[in-house]
Design a protein around this ligand. Structure first.
Ligand SMILES: [Zn+2]
Ligand SMILES: [Zn+2]
Length: 240
């Protein structure tokens, strides 16, 4: 299997690729199976899909999941559809470490690092209700920048999401610093319409910095598959 391809952000203006790089199956909290998504992707003539399953230090099914994807992929040998098995894993601390065992991180073809619950420096979790917006920004920013120092991370998943979900718009200047660093490290920045309060502004920053981007709809069911393409078309139709 050749390496997964991430387009540069400014190429989206001319062409939005038919890829889906954020999929959860019934191995975790998604409704549909690996096979269901593959069938849908084949039906829709998609180029590439990547499963990004939630893993942590209790995950016991990863080998089964990996084998299932490989089996389906091998059977479709002559198909044009690229299929990858990856993981979505949260920052375990403020030092860029991921909350999963090394064995799984190494076995995954694609690693999406994310900030979900806010980690403390020692690897515990903050209670969001006890944080001021200023403290929350500081933690989200520090945890995200540290993830970008971890060489196993391929995709920075939904940056700013935890802050935007609980507090409001994440500061543009800090988004720019994050995106710029991702560009320097050749880590793809996720375009995930589910979590970006201002998708257009975020996309504009990605284009200005011309980083690699990963298109992901955060699918937990077949209905959500490809949502990112629709949202992007909408944003570009009112670009000027
Ligand atoms: Zn997530
Ligand atoms: Zn996810």
């Amino acid at each position: 299997m050749k390496k997964i391809v991430f387009p540069p952000a400014n190429s989206l203006i001319n062409k939005i690729p038919q890829v889906e790089y954020h999929i959860h199956t019934d191995y975790t909290d998604g409704k549909n199976s690996v096979r269901d998504y593959v069938d849908l992707a084949l039906n829709k003539n998609y180029e590439t899909i990547c499963f990004t399953e939630h893993v942590d230090k209790t995950t016991s099914w990863f080998d089964r999941f990996k084998e299932e994807v490989i089996l389906i992929r091998d059977k479709l040998n002559n198909s044009a559809l690229g299929i990858y098995y990856g993981i979505e894993v949260r920052a375990a601390d403020l030092g860029g470490n991921l909350n999963a065992y090394e064995e799984i991180i190494q076995a995954a073809e694609v690693v999406m690092g994310v900030v979900h619950s806010y980690p403390t420096r020692e690897g515990g979790k903050y209670n969001l209700a006890e944080l001021t917006p200023k403290q929350a920004i500081e933690i989200e920013f520090t945890a995200t920048m540290a993830l970008l120092d971890n060489p196993v991370v391929d995709i920075l998943g939904h940056p700013g999401h935890t802050y935007e979900k609980h507090f409001g718009a994440f500061p543009t200047g800090l988004y720019r610093e994050i995106i710029r660093k991702a560009g320097q490290r050749s880590i793809a920045v996720e375009i995930n319409p589910r979590y970006q309060l201002n998708l257009k502004a975020f996309l504009a920053l990605c284009i200005e910095e011309n980083v690699l981007v990963s298109l992901g709809s955060n699918c937990h069911s077949l209905e959500e598959f490809g949502r990112v393409q629709g949202e992007l078309k909408g944003v570009f139709s009112r670009w000027n």
